[in-house]
Unconditional design. Structure first.
Length: 360
């Protein structure tokens, strides 16, 4: 559509095709076809045409502002978002990590393989931290680990200790004193390693099972006594411990949040809190909301896996509700994926990350 003077009418299809919707019609170049007789070349009064020109300019101002916002969301927001999550400035952003093993293990609900290659893939995905399952911390090259984490700008979120029980049969409630002593010494080494990275040390399967001991009541007393000693060592190094309530099929005590909280309070533990694992909670906790509220002031770390111990979305756990409850509880720590690597580890790492980020 062209005017009698040969220029394109602002707002016409031809005008939009020429420069696209972002072509700015400046006031001094607006074509306002006003005739000397008081009516426009296309009919209507001069005042009506002038008003249309003014409306066009106002509409352009609106769309220009909208275009700026779209540009900000597409170009600027990703870098702004990355800054926020790295500097922990926005509490509602979930910090994501994934549990992998640094050493060979028979435990299958963890990432296994070359930890450096796995770490590199996690960085590609955008993870903020990593959880390392470590059977023997003495074998870990602290400088090498620090260099890799610094190189990729990752945090060491937590250190898992369950391989000591799973692979070495060490535990805190063993009948044999030498086994208990060795387990405590091993956990002291975990604490000293964690102190280099500000990581949490998890007290999970390393607790052992009471029914495997000759006197379950006495074995439970061993656990309380040993936790006091370990907690004192954690105080000296400024490290937090996290007792993980584990389902009844894997251990036979401290299966629920209320039992773990009770042990912490009775024993007077200063640096020991709670780890919530959604897979275990789905089996043991009768009411999610009550358990999360009870754990809130003790909460140090969270493990995420669905009801079938695969990545979220493959089972029936209501994760949106859990995230809402954790947010209400004021949780600001890591959400660490600990799950079966189904159908393979790379897919589990990718799908876990994408699922979790879909809530942000």
């Amino acid at each position: 559509m062209q005017s009698s003077q040969g220029s394109l009418v602002p707002g016409s299809r031809a005008h939009l095709r020429q420069g696209g919707v972002v072509l700015r019609p400046l006031k001094n170049t607006l074509f306002c076809p006003i005739s000397a007789s008081g009516s426009s070349a296309f009919g209507g009064s001069n005042s009506a045409v002038l008003q249309n020109c003014l409306d066009l300019e106002q509409n352009w101002t609106f769309f220009k502002g909208l275009n700026a916002w779209v540009h900000w969301f597409i170009v600027q927001l990703p870098s702004w978002y990355d800054t926020l999550i790295r500097e922990n400035l926005w509490d509602s952003i979930m910090k994501l990590s994934f549990a992998i093993s640094m050493q060979q293990t028979a435990f299958d609900a963890v990432g296994r393989g070359d930890w450096k290659e796995i770490l590199a893939y996690m960085v590609e995905m955008g993870y903020d931290g990593i959880e390392l399952a470590i059977g023997d911390p003495v074998q870990v090259d602290t400088m090498e680990l620090r260099d890799h984490l610094n190189q990729h700008d990752l945090c060491l979120a937590a250190i898992g200790t369950g391989q000591a029980y799973h692979d070495q049969r060490l535990c805190l409630v063993a009948d044999e004193e030498q086994v208990r002593v060795k387990t405590v010494e091993l956990l002291r080494s975990h604490i000293e390693l964690a102190a280099n990275f500000g990581a949490i040390v998890i007290i999970g399967l390393v607790r052992g099972k009471l029914k495997e001991q000759s006197d379950p009541k006495r074995a439970y007393s061993y656990f309380g006594k040993n936790m006091v000693e370990i907690d004192r060592h954690a105080q000296e190094f400024g490290v937090d411990l996290a007792i993980e309530p584990i389902n009844r099929y894997e251990t036979d005590y401290l299966n629920t949040v209320d039992r773990a909280v009770g042990l912490i309070d009775v024993s007077g533990l200063k640096r020991t809190g709670i780890l919530l694992d959604t897979f275990h909670m789905n089996i043991e906790e009768p009411k999610w909301d009550e358990s999360i509220r009870m754990a809130s002031k003790y909460l140090k770390h969270v493990h995420i896996a669905d009801s079938n111990r695969q990545h979220p979305g493959r089972g029936h756990i209501n994760f949106p509700e859990i995230f809402r409850l954790l947010n209400e509880a004021g949780y600001k720590g890591f959400y660490s994926g600990e799950m079966l690597p189904v159908p393979n580890l790379q897919t589990a790492i990718r799908d876990y990350y994408n699922y979790m980020r879909s809530f942000q």
